[in-house]
Write a protein that binds this ligand. Structure first.
Ligand SMILES: [Zn+2]
Length: 241
């Protein structure tokens, strides 16, 4: 009986040893698996980072300023129509398009035909600490022959932004390129951040005005302004990384 139980014990030991070996083997293979999945994770991590960066990517605050309004009608167009209506129509289109872009938070200095003081327009942008202030205008001149697109800035920091938007704007308007110019207008000099003023075309020029008052031309112009803004901030984001 004792002998038998000793034999049984040995048998049991052998079984236990087999179990231990099998268990060790299992633990080893689990380790292998988890380490290989860890390295797989490392390989996909660049994609993960990109997704995270997209989620946390910055929101740029943009203020769209429809020039004039209310008691300040702005330029008298060749047809007798006033600048304030044109700037509001185009600004609304720019606003609507920018709102569809997840990288932007968009604001307007006026949404209807009301008078807004120049100081208040700049104050809105500065209080928001908006990355960019874009003022939209139609030009005027005593000589009705003068036509074309101009973009204005004051601070040197705004030059690259002015150039980018101007390039798109000129292409879309199809008007004469009258360049990017420096001017000490209040809305430009008082802005703490990027500030530009677009003189899309000359409302006093019959051909410019006819184009500018057409819905199609306004859609094209608005899309160009938005593309210019988008490209500038996409470039800046790339440089920041
Ligand atoms: Zn104006």
């Amino acid at each position: 009986m004792r002998k038998k139980s000793k034999k049984q014990l040995k048998h049991l030991q052998a079984i236990l040893l087999v179990i231990v070996v099998v268990l060790l083997g299992m633990i080893w293979s689990i380790n292998e698996l988890s380490s290989s999945s860890a390295s797989a994770e490392l390989i996909v991590s660049p994609n993960k980072t990109t997704a995270m960066q997209q989620e946390t990517s910055q929101h740029y605050k943009i203020v769209i300023d429809a020039g004039h309004g209310g008691k300040d009608p702005g330029a008298d167009g060749a047809s007798g129509k006033r600048e304030r209506a044109y700037t509001l129509a185009l600004s609304k289109k720019v606003f609507d398009l920018l709102q569809q872009e997840p990288m932007f938070d968009v604001y307007m200095t006026r949404t209807d035909d009301t008078f807004v003081d120049l100081d208040d327009r700049v104050k809105l942008a500065n209080d928001l600490d908006a990355e960019a202030f874009v003022s939209i205008h139609g030009n005027t001149y005593t000589d009705p022959e003068v036509s074309g697109t101009e973009t204005y800035y004051y601070a040197d920091d705004s030059i690259p932004f002015a150039r980018e938007v101007h390039e798109h704007l000129v292409e879309a308007t199809g008007f004469k390129d009258r360049g990017v110019r420096k001017e000490d207008w209040k809305v430009l000099t008082q802005s703490n951040n990027l500030a530009i003023l677009l003189e899309v075309g000359y409302l006093t020029n019959r051909s410019d005005e006819t184009n500018m008052l057409s819905d199609k031309h306004q859609d094209r112009t608005a899309a160009a302004i938005v593309n210019g803004i988008k490209e500038y901030f996409a470039d800046r984001e790339r440089l920041d990384k």
